[in-house]
Design a protein around this ligand. Structure first.
Ligand code: 2OP
Length: 249
């Protein structure tokens, strides 16, 4: 494999969506965990619904729609200023601690993000993080007006970078994204942030399954629908060795 580029998903892969909890819990004490989890689940659900309906709206719109749904389920009302403040938490997610060392060690390859995030959201995320200096581009599905895992979205990577899927390693923690990238010919590494044995032990032992654990069950495991990843890694810092192996170095 003539590996030329490593392309990263953003939310849940380089950036931790759980880091909105500080904002959600401050806004509505005691409801932060529920809001954090249902918000993310609905955000993704709305990307799929909008793609299936052919009703594209950008990820900032979808993120706000999902937040509105979530607050409404609790009967919570946020004025415009508070709503905007909570929504903006998605522009200030923390980069996972393994992201910077991984990207720093992948300097032999072209590095880019390919994400559902809108251009403005990705610019805000990358701009606030230490990752920008390693990234050649932050590509948004917005240019294609359809969300992952629609194959049309992934075509943007080759169009923008001039790198064919067969020349790139795609990295994601999101199972649907893994399947989407595999179906268009990328070599795919899935980063497993919640190991399956840890999840099943926690689920079996839990006296009640709360929002965080339910989220982990629903969104952190390899999907059984569509193609599987070529590799599963426990940390992004496993990537430099994998990339070097793929490049025949
Ligand atoms: C991303 O596209 C899938 O939300 C995830 O960054």
């Amino acid at each position: 494999m003539a590996l030329k580029a490593v392309v990263f998903d953003a939310y849940g892969t380089l950036f931790d969506v759980q880091s909105v909890a500080a904002v959600t819990d401050a806004a509505f004490p005691g409801h932060g965990d529920y809001i954090t989890q249902v918000w993310r689940l609905k955000q993704l659900e709305y990307t799929w619904l909008r793609s299936l309906m052919g009703q594209y709206a950008d990820f900032w719109t979808v993120t706000r729609e999902a937040l509105a749904y979530t607050l409404a389920t609790l009967g919570l009302v946020a004025d415009e200023a508070l709503f905007d403040r909570i929504a903006a938490a998605y522009d200030a997610l923390e980069a996972y601690p393994d992201a910077e060392p991984a990207l720093a060690a992948l300097g032999a390859f072209r590095l880019a993000i390919f994400s559902n995030g809108s251009p403005a959201m990705l610019a805000a995320l990358v701009g606030r993080s230490p990752l920008g200096r390693f990234l050649e581009a932050s590509l948004s599905v917005d240019a294609k007006r359809v969300y992952k895992p629609d194959p049309r979205a992934y075509a943007l990577v080759e169009e923008a970078l001039g790198v064919a899927p067969a020349e790139a390693l795609f990295v994601s923690s999101n199972g649907f994204d893994v399947s989407g990238a595999k179906q268009v010919g990328f070599a795919v590494a899935r980063i497993e942030r919640v190991p399956a044995p840890d999840l099943s032990r926690a689920l079996v032992a839990a006296p009640a399954i709360g929002p965080s654990l339910m989220f982990k069950a629903l969104r952190t495991q390899a999907e059984r629908c569509g193609a599987a990843a070529d590799w599963t890694i426990a940390s992004l810092t496993d990537l430099p060795a994998l990339a070097a192996q793929l490049a025949g170095r």
